[in-house]
Design a protein around this ligand. Sequence first.
Ligand SMILES: NC(=O)c1ccc[n+]([C@@H]2O[C@H](COP(=O)([O-])OP(=O)(O)OC[C@H]3O[C@@H](n4cnc5c(N)ncnc54)[C@H](OP(=O)(O)O)[C@@H]3O)[C@@H](O)[C@H]2O)c1
Length: 294
Amino acid sequence: MGKRTFLAAAVTTGLAAWALLRTPPGRFKWRPRDATAPQTALITGASAGIGAEFARQLAARGFDLVLVARRTERLTELATTLTATFQVNCEVLAADLAHEAGVASVEARIRELDTLAVLVNNAGFGTLGRFVNADPTRQQEMVYLHTMAPMRLTQAALPGMTARRYGAIINVASVAAYVRLRGNVNYTATKAYLTAFSEVLQAELRGAGVCVQALCPGFTRTEFHYTPDFKDHKPLPYPDFMWMSAAEVVRQSLDALGNGQVAFVPGVLYRALVLMLRTPVLGDNAMRLASLFL
Ligand SMILES: NC(=O)c1ccc[n+]([C@@H]2O[C@H](COP(=O)([O-])OP(=O)(O)OC[C@H]3O[C@@H](n4cnc5c(N)ncnc54)[C@H](OP(=O)(O)O)[C@@H]3O)[C@@H](O)[C@H]2O)c1
């Protein structure tokens, strides 16, 4: 190969990689920081990890907050800190979103909130082990928490958002939505639901002033891998560069909102991985190879 051909091939490959892996800037019109009219963000799973970080970054953008999870003492502590730091109003709403009563109570609160601008459906958990041996109750709770709860809260939020022609709905899915590895049956299936749900919903909402995002993080340093569901779990052998901080995941999510990538993958490493997994033949073969080791 001549020097020129090599150079042309290298430049073309570089440009193609850039075009495929870049994150265009988001077009969602964030409230100006000095706006006086109150706007509210409701975040599920705000007592830890990614949800608590959404609360921090949205409070820093001037949003009043409704913080939802089961551990109220954690939510109250976070609410006190954010109110003191950013002078925003924070409401704590205790709810178990893996069950009907909890979902119904948050749904009711959403319907009466006439300032709701951002809904973050983030609450979630993982389990370990093969589906055949899994605790059926816990699996049912996962399906409810990852699919029914976001679907119902979104449906409750939409009439107000579309009437005001302003709003954002962020459904926290996962890179797992694209991974087909054993031990992850319902986690993968429910996160794939969230991704498809968000993509089709955004298509329906074109021109309505409401942005939808399915946030698909890879490994993120939170409490996720330290819940009771992971009690028999050995520390993950994955190297440092595969982990992102919750702060970085949330920053990228908020910056990318409305940029045309409804299923948004933070981090160039995970964007490249998802691109490979979605490529016919290549993705299937990569999964086959990985399943020999995992
Ligand atoms: N960490 C990762 O590597 C990673 C990667 C990809 C995607 N994700 C996704 O990111 C989201 C947040 O996870 P995280 O990493 O931040 O984990 P985390 O630190 O364990 O936080 C999980 C949050 O979900 C809440 N939650 C769990 N079960 C709930 C229930 N039944 N009802 C209401 N709230 C419930 C927890 O609050 P309470 O216990 O107080 O109820 C907590 O606030 C999840 O949807 C997860 O699937 C995580």
